[in-house]
Design a protein around this ligand. Structure first.
Ligand code: SF4
Length: 326
């Protein structure tokens, strides 16, 4: 590990001052400390923000929920309001990481976590994300777990968060605070596709801090859930996943929110699937037809062609569950 200085911010102003000077924010530390040990990350200054008052989950005036950036994953997963209004969020969190990590890691840190591409974490390998311009060892290496959507010639790594997939499906908003004040960014615009700059992963300005994630009010009743397919049943990242929320009234699907994980360089909104669903009556044939669109635009790599079919089946199954089937 490289030497670094550590400062603990007692309020938001102190945190922003330190962040503007190039400090890296840390709270649960479940990703950043690992990466520092492996020398993948070498921050000069860590700014501990865990004392900031960002640990509330509140109902918004519009009837949605705002989850503070420092709410622990376990707290959010078991919160009564989250469970009642957005089961897809609870399920995505409970299927993430391990109990120990969920007790420590925060919502803000979860969406900021970095890829699990093994070449990114191996400092002897070429990796444009870690070392811009060095190349991408995964393109012609072992790429079974990598992305099939949103890739570029410079990076094909997946985003590892589960709850970010649910946030994408529900069209959440990220609340930010920086030296120039507050602003909000739609979740879909917050995480960046790699393009030619895979080292740039979030739409954050210098010194900006995530203060919370807002879930919109959605029409009720809303049936939602998260399905995660992985190589083993616990403490593993998704090969594919699907977050689905359906509002069905009068026997017709009025609203559909669908996104996929484990397949995109960012959590992948399945707009084509949503379009197939809206205005139609739930049926076995509809789930199958809509899920066929899940892999539109996919560009599989040598070792992950199986993800195309697996993604369609994952989406189809979760549509059926949310739509009231088995
Ligand atoms: Fe690095 Fe991305 Fe290539 Fe992995 S896929 S080696 S993270 S550039």
């Amino acid at each position: 590990m490289h030497p670094f200085s550590y400062t603990r911010a007692s309020d938001t102003r102190e945190a922003l001052d330190a962040g503007r000077d190039g400090g890296r924010y840390i709270a649960g530390g479940t990703t950043l400390v690992d990466l520092m040990r492996e020398t993948v990350e070498r921050p000069r200054t860590l700014v501990d923000i865990s004392a900031l008052p960002l640990r509330d989950i509140v109902v918004t005036r519009r009837g949605g929920l705002r989850v503070g950036a420092l709410v622990r994953m376990a707290e959010a997963a078991t919160h009564r309001g989250v469970r009642a209004l957005y089961p897809v969020i609870s399920q995505a969190l409970e299927l993430s990481a391990s109990a120990q990590l969920r007790n420590m890691a925060t919502i803000g840190g979860n969406i900021m976590q970095r890829t699990r591409c093994t070449y990114f974490r191996d400092v002897s390998a070429d990796c444009n994300k870690r070392e811009p311009g060095s190349g991408c060892a995964a393109l012609h290496g072992v790429n079974r777990t990598h992305a099939i959507l949103g890739t570029s010639d410079d990076c094909v790594a997946t985003h590892p968060s589960d709850v970010a997939v649910a946030f994408t499906a529900l069209e959440a908003t990220v609340h930010l605070l920086g030296p120039d004040g507050k602003r909000t960014v739609p979740f879909a615009d917050f995480l960046l596709k790699p393009g030619s700059t895979p080292n740039r992963e979030q739409a954050l300005r210098r010194g900006e801090l995530i203060t919370g994630v807002e879930l919109p009010a959605l029409p009720r009743p809303l049936k939602s859930g998260y399905l995660k397919v992985r190589d083993r049943q616990s403490y593993e990242f998704a090969l594919t996943s699907a977050a689905v929320a359906l509002h069905i009234r009068g026997g017709v699907i009025r609203e559909a929110k669908v996104a996929a994980g484990g397949v995109g360089t960012v959590p992948w909104k399945l707009a084509a699937v949503e379009r197939e669903l809206i205005g139609r009556r739930p049926s076995e044939a509809l789930w199958t037809k809509a899920a066929e669109r899940a892999a539109d635009g996919a560009r599989p790599l040598r070792h992950n062609r199986f993800k195309v079919e697996l993604l369609k089946r994952t989406v189809e199954r979760q549509l059926r569950v949310a739509g009231g089937g088995k």
